[in-house]
Every structure is written in C-alpha cells, then in structure tokens.
Design a protein around this ligand. Sequence first.
Ligand SMILES: N[C@@H](CCC(=O)N[C@@H](CS)C(=O)NCC(=O)O)C(=O)O
Length: 181
Amino acid sequence: MGLELYLDLLSQPCRAIYIFAKKNRIPFELRPVDLLKGQHLSDAFARVNPLKKVPALKDGDFTLAESVAILLYLTRKYKVPEHWYPQDVQARALVDEYLAWQHTTLRRSCLRALWHKPVGAGCQVFEGRPKLAAWRQRVEAAVGEDLFQEAHEVIMKAKESPPADPTVKQKLMPAVLAMIG
Ligand SMILES: N[C@@H](CCC(=O)N[C@@H](CS)C(=O)NCC(=O)O)C(=O)O
C-alpha cells in the first residue's frame, strides 16, 4: 500500500495537508476520518495515530502524526518545487519559523474567531473587511480556485451537516473545549 492520508477536511491542519498534497500532485489514498462521528477515537485509527487526532499519515508500515511533521515528510520524500521548503538555510529557517508560530497563534485564533463558528454558520465574514478579503483572495489565487473550493467545501456547508449523535458529542466535548478554550 502506498501513501495514505487520514483526514477530515473540517480540520485546518488536515486541509493544509490535503491542499499541499493535491497542489504538488503527490499520489495518496484519502482515508476519511469523520471527527463528528468520533471515528478518530476508534481502535483501528489508534493503530495509525495513538494520539487519536487527525491528520495522520501511513506509508507502508510507517505511521506519522502532527501536521508539520507530515508536511515536512511529504516535502522531503516527494519532489516539490523549491519555494515550498528552500535549500537556502535562512530561507528555510523562515518557513520553519512560520510553521512553529502558526500553531499557537494564527491557528488557535482563527479556529475560534473565523471559520468554525461564523463561516460554518453562514456569516459573510469577509464583507466589509478589505484586508481579510484580500488575504483570502491571495490564498485562493495561490492554491487555485478549484482546489481551494474543494478543500473548504465541508466548512462552507457546515451548517447543513446533521447534528452529531449526543453520545458521540459527549465524548468529543472535552477535546473541543480544550481546543477553543
Ligand atoms: N498539533 C496537531 C493538532 C491535531 C489536532 O488537534 N487535530 C484535531 C482536529 S484539528 C483533532 O483530531 N481533534 C480530535 C480530538 O482532539 O479529539 C497537528 O498539527 O496535527
């Protein structure tokens, strides 16, 4: 079996990996893990990632968790254009700096403030916010419109998804509270 990526596109680090792999034409089997159904808590998934979190990668017998480690693994294993992870030591260090910074800053506040709640609920968060709208357009242009839409479809349609099973919801609650707290 070749490269397998265990993802739920509701999750930002999963979308980052999905977009990176697709954009670079890295061949992979998508193994969907539905967070809202609690599939990440199963014993089968724990064999891929004992931390029971997505994203996760399986490449033959090798398994890997953590989005940054996965992105770097893909960068090293597949021939991706130089700009993603430059050879130059200082240019590369700036990529590393961003990867370290985004975890505790951008990702955390965006999770709370931007996508999951207002966008998922159908709010037009980009209206009247030119800087934010320009940023979104830059990202969309860099990623490509089709891939951008594909990766964000689940989020955009979040309000249409059926409510999670109450017993699953109870199991998920501690992790959700820790994430947005
Ligand atoms: N630092 C990890 C974060 C992984 C993570 O927290 N994933 C979330 C989805 S965004 C998850 O699987 N949550 C389920 C849980 O904690 O129960 C990474 O970058 O991969």
